[in-house]
Design a protein. Structure first.
Length: 488
């Protein structure tokens, strides 16, 4: 039998690792069911005769260590999978569709990669070997049209053609199609042009990268034209890592104070159990509370623990954090009595904290609104009230607080569902945003995607000022200053 040379052994290792990564990105990451993922990983480990996940996870961490990640952003599974799959697909010009619920680091991951991939001017030696990204972005909405999407592809192609003529500089023209799911359900059926555009890219007629981001899975005819990444719900260990990263960024010494870090961990366990409870008994309401509610739960708890000058008990601080983030849902429990989502969350937390917490029925909505409107760096509010009482209630609260406010009322008439109408309303919001007013928005669903970054408080800092990206139309992204007193 002929002996295998060292060179052949190396070739075999390279082949196996390449096959390992290809299966990981093309098949493993598209599976949403965690049990099926584990089953696939186990079966492939037996076939390869080594741990199928070891090498991909090692490379995910190598890449994450070469990307500029701000303090307070956890390197959880969702972030690592998003970064790695996008990096591989972009550099191979393979379209990628990333589908996952709000708050699962989809847009954040792309933003981190975009900011870090600067070609020869990248901060790390690894990324200096890869091209600089030149971005053409598009925000999907219910008013998206085929002509707009076609225009975006044409712009990206022109950028690629122009940059290819510049000698000695690696470049990569990329389309970021955010909120693709909204465009898919648009009555204009705008995504029909995607098929031909991505097929051209598959034939190497185009030389662009494509990232499509959606909060839900898209039609298979679109996703099968690229790699499909399904972001899983985080497991408990992943949630704890995220919570400890967020809280440590706000209060650096929190890990050294046992009662405080116990509160953070028990809030995290309670969120995990609360979501499991909804999945089991209220599946239609499962997504009512999600990742962003959890992030702000931890942020508020950490901030209150840090600034606890009134010696409030950690348990009561946890109660306030729950009240300010987990209201709004009514649950019918076994005894046929109405329980609020706030009360249910508090009950679960009380079990983890193992203290006799007395105030699980307490919920002062006025206090929650007051604190969110008067304290800095709080999330914007979504108020769910009786339609006949809501305007009067909100106006009463704002007048009592002596705050400048403005109602911006939308229309549900079909004739008003157009670009001119939304631009008119958009500039009203921008004006209030820059003046620092409180705005109350009503019946403006058609407008919200334009203010995606603002409403998610994804703001860019320049000096002492904050700016939000506003998507005015398919090719116009403007950055406007956000007054520190602005509330929504």
């Amino acid at each position: 039998m002929e002996e295998i040379t060292e060179e052949q052994k190396m070739e075999n290792i390279i082949f196996l690792k390449a096959a390992n990564l290809s299966l990981f990105i093309s098949y493993y990451l598209r599976i949403i069911d965690p049990k099926k993922r584990k089953e696939l990983a186990k079966n492939l480990s037996e076939i390869f005769e080594f741990d199928f996940l070891e090498y991909p996870l090692e490379l995910e961490n190598v890449l994450a260590n070469n990307v500029s990640i701000d303090k307070g952003i956890a390197k959880n599974n969702a972030l690592l999978d998003n970064l790695f799959s996008m990096f591989v697909c972009l550099n191979n010009k393979i379209p990628i569709f990333i589908c996952g619920k709000a708050g699962f680091s989809k847009s954040l991951s792309f933003s981190l990669l975009y900011q870090s991939m600067n070609g020869e001017y990248s901060k790390t030696a690894l990324l200096k070997n890869y091209p600089k990204i030149f971005l053409t972005s598009y925000q999907g909405s219910l008013t998206s049209t085929s002509a707009e999407i076609k225009k975006i592809f044409n712009i990206a192609k022109k950028v690629a053609k122009y940059k290819s003529k510049q000698k000695g500089k690696q470049s990569l023209s990329v389309i970021l199609f955010d909120e693709m799911g909204l465009a898919e359900i648009s009555p204009n059926n705008p995504l029909k042009v995607i098929h031909s555009e991505l097929d051209e890219n598959d034939d190497n007629k185009n030389d662009i990268g494509f990232v499509g981001i959606s909060n839900w899975a898209l039609d298979a005819s679109k996703m099968n034209r690229g790699v499909h990444l399904s972001i899983q719900e985080p497991e408990l260990n992943d949630l704890i890592l995220t919570a400890e990263t967020i809280s440590s960024n706000i209060y650096e010494g929190i890990k050294n104070i046992d009662p405080f870090i116990e509160i953070i961990r028990n809030l995290t366990k309670s969120y995990h159990d609360y979501k499991e409870h909804l999945k089991l008994k209220y599946s239609l309401s499962y997504d009512f509370h999600g990742a962003r509610d959890f992030y702000y739960l931890i942020r508020i708890a950490a901030k209150l623990l840090k600034n606890n000058n009134n010696n409030i008990s950690p348990e009561n601080i946890a109660m306030e954090s729950i009240e300010r983030n987990f209201g709004g849902l009514e649950l019918d429990l076994e005894d046929n009595t109405k329980w609020s989502s706030t009360k249910k969350f508090k009950q679960i937390f009380s079990g983890h904290q193992k203290n006799n917490i007395q105030n699980i029925d307490k919920y002062d909505v006025f206090s929650c609104i007051y604190k969110n409107l008067t304290e800095e760096n709080n999330r914007y509010l979504l108020l769910m009230t009786d339609r006949t009482k809501s305007d009067t209630l909100i106006e009463f609260i704002l007048k009592k607080l002596n705050l400048n406010f403005r109602f911006i009322q939308g229309s549900k008439l079909k004739e008003d569902q157009n670009e001119q109408y939304t631009l008119q309303k958009a500039y009203s919001i921008i004006l209030s945003m820059e003046k620092g007013e409180v705005i109350i928005l009503k019946d403006l669903e058609i407008l919200y995607p334009k203010f995606y970054d603002l409403f998610n408080q994804n703001l860019q800092k320049h000096g002492n000022s904050s700016y939000a990206r506003i998507v005015l139309d398919s090719t116009t992204n403007e950055r406007h200053i956000v007054n520190k007193d602005f509330r929504n």
